[in-house]
Design a protein around this ligand. Structure first.
Ligand code: MLT
Length: 409
């Protein structure tokens, strides 16, 4: 009889957002008239930009004619989109990338989850705490976590990230093989400074550590003192893989398109001490397990870089950033301590004294019918915090703040 991958038995409960969705569905069942406002999962609410839709329609028409129809596309993505990524996201920041360093995919979540396949199960992994759950869970599935003991996995290095260290984690006490950083950060909504990121790149170089750099929220950055790409920092090409996405930049959460940069300078060791570049391995992995993103979707993503597409998607980002301001200032006005929301669409707030983050989650759901994400769901150091997203509609954002004000907390 087949044997199951035992690593899956180490996973703790179900995936965070699936867990919350189930809780909310149960609440809705017992309170069918409740007008629920969803500020939990970071899912966009504004429609795709007109320029994106126009390009998509055109691509649909092409699929209807024999001479423009497309079957399987390149597993790495069409050149037109890879080239647009390089020209618009990297060149203006002084970063040179070769086209075969850019891999188009169906999501940053898939890529950050799948990339760990390239690494030995014996590698040590550091994550910030709190953390986007995919980094941790995918490594649990890959057998790198060890057992779950007293609220933590014994082989995972947790880097506390909280108000006390200004959301800038210290380096691991001992070297690790892989470290994940998310900047702008999900869930805390904060950014690391350019200087601190330089120190991280240097630390990774010194320790032969691979840096998984997730910048899915870079379009929300206002601060001058951080980076949009890790490759703005000298030496990063030798240590970092970067994950970017059209999900939050251009409202593609349901359309699915992202990309990952695996520089050719990034090499790690084989078991017998030889050097192995990760770029050809990722290419091999994608060719074997992935058939590329639909042509229609890649044409839609390309339109994000057109003059009209860029203007329209920036308007949507400004809209969400205004929501973030409304949430931040609304909560501050009633005496809550809030973080984030300036360079990211997430507001990370301290829950009222004496409550756990799940208790505050329940209170918001039951009393004012607002869905949030409890900080503890992102890791032990998330306890005492709660996350709200700015991706709701303006109307719902304003209504949510008015409702929270009625709680008199
Ligand atoms: C979140 O709410 O953290 C994100 O929407 C999840 C994701 O992007 O996969």
């Amino acid at each position: 009889m087949a044997l199951v991958n035992e690593n899956y038995s180490n996973l703790q409960s179900s995936y965070l957002f699936a867990n919350i969705a189930r809780k909310v569905a149960e609440f809705q069942k017992t309170h069918p008239d409740a007008d629920i406002i969803r500020l939990g999962i970071g899912d966009v609410t504004q429609p795709l930009a007109p320029a994106v839709i126009e390009s998509m329609h055109k691509a649909v028409d092409e699929m209807s004619q024999a001479d423009t129809f497309r079957g399987y596309g390149p597993e790495q993505g069409y050149e037109f989109l890879r080239q647009a990524v390089i020209e618009h996201d990297y060149k203006p920041r002084g970063i040179q990338l070769d086209i075969d360093e850019v891999f188009i995919s169906d999501g940053a979540k898939s890529d950050v989850g799948n990339i760990q396949e390239l690494f030995s199960a014996h590698n040590t992994v550091a994550i910030t705490d709190p953390v986007y759950p995919v980094y941790l869970d995918s490594n649990v599935m890959g057998g790198r976590s060890g057992q779950f003991v007293d609220g933590k996995f014994e082989n995972i290095v947790y880097l506390p990230t909280n108000a006390e260290n200004s959301f800038s984690p210290a380096f691991p006490e001992k070297r690790v093989d892989i470290v994940y950083l998310c900047c702008p950060n999900n869930p805390t909504g904060t950014v690391l400074t350019r200087q601190r990121l330089k120190e991280w790149v240097d630390w990774c170089k010194t320790n032969d550590t691979v840096l998984m750099f997730d910048s899915a929220y870079e379009a929300f950055i206002s601060s001058e003192d951080t980076v949009h790409s890790i490759y703005e920092i000298e030496g990063a090409r030798e240590v970092a893989i970067e994950f970017r996405s059209f999900s939050k930049t251009a409202g593609f959460t349901g359309t699915r398109c992202a990309y990952t940069v695996v520089p050719k300078d990034l090499v790690i060791n084989t078991a017998n001490g030889e050097k192995q570049a990760l770029n050809p391995l990722w290419n091999r992995r994608q060719c074997t397990k992935f058939n590329g993103v639909p042509y229609i979707v890649q044409r839609a993503a390309e339109a994000v870089y057109s003059e009209a597409g860029y203007k329209q998607t920036r308007e949507a980002i400004a809209y969400y950033k205004e929501n973030a301001r409304i949430i931040r200032e609304g909560l501050e006005a009633i005496g809550l301590t809030v973080f984030g929301g300036i360079d990211a669409p997430y507001i990370w707030l301290k829950v009222p004294t004496g409550m756990t983050s799940w208790e505050f989650f329940d209170l918001l759901l039951e009393k004012v019918h607002i869905v949030s994400t409890p900080g503890a769901g992102f890791g032990p150091c998330g306890e005492g915090y709660l996350r709200l997203t700015a991706f709701g509609s303006r109307e719902n954002t304003l209504r949510a703040i008015e409702r929270i004000k009625t709680l008199k907390i």
